[in-house]
Write a protein that binds this ligand. Sequence first.
Ligand code: NAD
Length: 512
Amino acid sequence: MTLAKLDLAAEVDKIFADLGVASDKYRGGTLTVRSPISGTEIGKLPEISATEAKKAIDAAHEAFLEWRLVPAPKRGELIRLLGEELRAGKAALGRLVSIEVGKVTSEGLGEVQEMIDICDFAVGLSRQLYGLTIATERSEHRMMETWHPLGAIGIISAFNFPVAVWSWNAALAIVCGNSTIWKPSEKTPLTALATQAIFDKALARYNADGGKAPKNLSTLLIGGREIGEVMVDHEKVPLVSATGSTRMGREVGPKLAQRFARSILELGGNNAAIVTPTADLDLTLRGVAFSAMGTAGQRCTTLRRLFVHDSVYDALVPRLSKAYQSVTIGSPLTDGNLVGPLIDKQAFDKMQAALDAAKAAGGTVVGGERVLDGEAADAYYVRPAIVEMPAQTGPVKDETFAPILYVMKYSTFDEALALHNDVPQGLSSSIFTNDMREAETFVSARGSDCGIANVNIGPSGAEIGGAFGGEKETGGGRESGSDAWRAYMRRATNTLNYGRTLPLAQGVKFDI
Ligand code: NAD
């Protein structure tokens, strides 16, 4: 069947019918959603107005005031149920991710698996929101640290991880005693609607079992960036976790700082890998191919710059070029296809502009051309492009959200490291080496300056157990694993006097 003949709107209807979502939630509205698979319309959602959004945020704040009183392990039970509902809905939600974003089937399902994983993590965390007991210099005193819920947490998400990013934030925020308000990408509201329906099921089960979860614990705001702005400006939102482009972060960050609200900024990356003389080239080839071409180059962690030592350049780069020419491109719903479509025409135009700029800067381009346009004129499939560059110039220092891999030669390790770090972004990075000194240096203080630095693994595809995020123009935020939960709570230091005297700190005297 050709792409244009796929009846994706009917599939969407079936998924929402199974989830019990009424069709007026995604038909007859003003926000048009097209599937990148075929370019055809699959939804028209009603959008919330700014006034309604403000009211919804007030209601989320009220929900927070109730939820913060529920003991944390009991809050964890709600997230345990959410994990169960996500397991039950994995196939349907994963399929919807593929339909709305164009991810190949295993990646659509993988995104939902990531949601399940973070729920499991958050359930354990709900019994581990530890503070410290701290030695005090005053006798008959105790000093301790307590962690308290923060408020109604804003979540702004990007199109390319339309649901996982919500769960990374929401699962932690909710066990930490907060309510959440979510403004998904205007390109992917259908998966957000489905996720909210799955959350609502978990909440109904929780309350049927005697739980006390307020109904506005998780709020979904469908709309454009102006609705995100309402959240950013609202005084009752003490933290906004915003994932998207560096341009967005530059607008959102200063506004939050202006009103002393917190931010978690998860912005653009320009991720690199270094291939050294001792690298296992078979493993490198696979690691590079997945990281650079997977998700059609539309991951924040996509590999975009490759520095190859001149002694292995000729053994690796021609093989890589061959892999680029033979990779299977097509409908992400068809088994065996590894590269699906770009999200839209704008992404395609930006890719072509970057390739033109690379050529002008002396680059040699293989791939990058549009394919399958005869099957679906409004869908944008491309052959991933591999570009040999004479130096790190032209568009190489920018993030172009498309499958373009710039390849450059180096001769000394220090030169490679300097080039690696010489970009404004700092998200993810890798080195392929079997030299222990190079591997250790890469992850040391003078090595990669990114939030994620890997050895013998590509930069793309993180696990939820680690804190996720990056430095420099990537925004500095961390979410998901490790101690990222602390960002969603406020810390208090408490000193308790159980004696009958009042010694002052630092020996200060004040006798009246
Ligand atoms: P985008 O910046 O266009 O939009 C992201 C979200 O921000 C959307 O929901 C949008 O409505 C909202 N938004 C935009 N301007 C806003 C404003 N002024 N105020 C409030 N909200 C605003 O990004 P995109 O095209 O959807 O996603 C791709 C980008 O996201 C890439 O740069 C990618 O690297 C980045 N990304 C980063 C991470 C990460 O964890 N670092 C993860 C995924 C994507």
